[in-house]
Design a protein around this ligand. Structure first.
Ligand SMILES: [Zn+2]
Length: 259
C-alpha cells in the first residue's frame, strides 16, 4: 500500500513538472514588420519641400537596421523598401502571413495651423476627438487610390465619420500590448529626444484594423511645421527618431519576454 502511495506521488509530481514546462513556453518577439507609410503614386502629406513617403521610408529602413544590429534573433520585414505603392490591406497581409509579433507603421502628420508640431502614436480604437478622427480620415483616404476598395474594405467610406465610428468599435484583441508599445515610443520621443509629445491616441486606422498582432501607427511629426519639416527631412533627425522607436521596441520586448 505504501508503495502504491509513493508511486502515485511520484507520478503526480512528474505530471506537474510536464504541465508546468508546457505552460511556461517562452514568448519571444521574433518578427517585427515595419511599415513605411504611403509610396509610389501616393506621396502622403506634402511639406514645403518634402514628401511624407520619402521620410517614412528612410526612418523605417534606419529602424530596421538598428533592430537587426542589436537583435540577431529578430526578423525584420518591411512592407516596402522602395518608392512603390502598397495597398493598406496588403501591408496588413504581409504582417499576418509572416506571423508578425509586432507591426509598426510610420507616418508624418500635417495640420492647417502651421504652428502645431510634435509626435503622437496611435492604436486602434474609437477616436475621442475630432482631430484624431481627421488624422485617421487622412491616412485611410489612401484606399481611394486602390482598385475595388469598396469590396476589399467591406463598404468602408474613408471620408465618412459614421464609417469610422462603426468600424472603430471592432475591438482589437492586441490593444493592451499595442498600448504598451505606443506609450514606450511617446516616452522616448518626449524624454530622450526632447520632442513635443501629444501622447498616445486612438482612432480607426484601416492598416491597424487588419493586422493580427500588437500594432501601432507613429506620427513622427508635422510636415506643415517649418522647423519640424527640416528635422524630419534631415538624416540625423531621422536617425534620432529611428533610435527612439528602437529603444521603445527594446524595452517592450524585454518587458513582454520577462513575463
Ligand atoms: Zn501617412
Amino acid at each position: 500500500m505504501k508503495n502504491i502511495v509513493r508511486i502515485s506521488c511520484i507520478l503526480t509530481l512528474l505530471l506537474l513538472v510536464a504541465f508546468n514546462k508546457a505552460g511556461m513556453k517562452e514568448y519571444k518577439v521574433k518578427c517585427v514588420v515595419i511599415d513605411p507609410g504611403h509610396g509610389g503614386k501616393d506621396p502622403g502629406t506634402l511639406g514645403k519641400f518634402s514628401k511624407e513617403k520619402n521620410i517614412t521610408l528612410k526612418i523605417a529602413l534606419k529602424l530596421g537596421k538598428i533592430i537587426e544590429k542589436n537583435f540577431k534573433d529578430v526578423k525584420v520585414i518591411y512592407t516596402r523598401t522602395t518608392d512603390k505603392f502598397v495597398p493598406l490591406r496588403a501591408r496588413a497581409n504581409i504582417a499576418n502571413k509572416n506571423n508578425a509579433d509586432l507591426f509598426i507603421s510610420i507616418h508624418c502628420n500635417a495640420f492647417l495651423d502651421t504652428r502645431i508640431q510634435g509626435t503622437e502614436t496611435y492604436i486602434m480604437g474609437l477616436h475621442t476627438s475630432v482631430s484624431n478622427l481627421e488624422v485617421a480620415k487622412r491616412e485611410n483616404a489612401v484606399i481611394l487610390m486602390e482598385d475595388d476598395y469598396e469590396e476589399n474594405y467591406q463598404g468602408f467610406v474613408p471620408n465618412s465619420s459614421e464609417s469610422h465610428i462603426l468600424f472603430s468599435l471592432y475591438q482589437n484583441a492586441y490593444n493592451e500590448n499595442s498600448l504598451k508599445l505606443a506609450q514606450s515610443i511617446e516616452y522616448q520621443f518626449q524624454n530622450r529626444l526632447g520632442r513635443k509629445s501629444h501622447g498616445v491616441k486612438q482612432a480607426g486606422f484601416l492598416v491597424l484594423w487588419q493586422t493580427s498582432s500588437p500594432s501601432v501607427l507613429v506620427e513622427v511629426g508635422f510636415l506643415s511645421h517649418r522647423q519640424e519639416e527640416k528635422y524630419l527631412s534631415d538624416s540625423l533627425g531621422q536617425t534620432y527618431i529611428a533610435s527612439g522607436i528602437f529603444r521603445a521596441f527594446r524595452d517592450y520586448k524585454n518587458d513582454i519576454e520577462a513575463k
